[in-house]
Design a protein. Sequence first.
Length: 81
Amino acid sequence: MRVNVGQAKTDLSKLLARVEAGEDIEIARDGVPVARLVRADPVQPGRRFLAAEGSLAGAIEIGEAFELTDAELDEILDDPA
């Protein structure tokens, strides 16, 4: 699907919903494509935590409702205490 900049500004929420559903959206200026909205890869929480070496590395699975962000986990792992 291709939309002009003005329509993209007006309908951004609707366009994002379509992108979340898997559709790619081109944004054009004067009919010439200048950008593309595509679905981002879902972020797996705790990727660095799961990659950490240790006896449980690879055996831990973090659920969707996990409350710490990657940045918070990195901060915990970097703390020497």
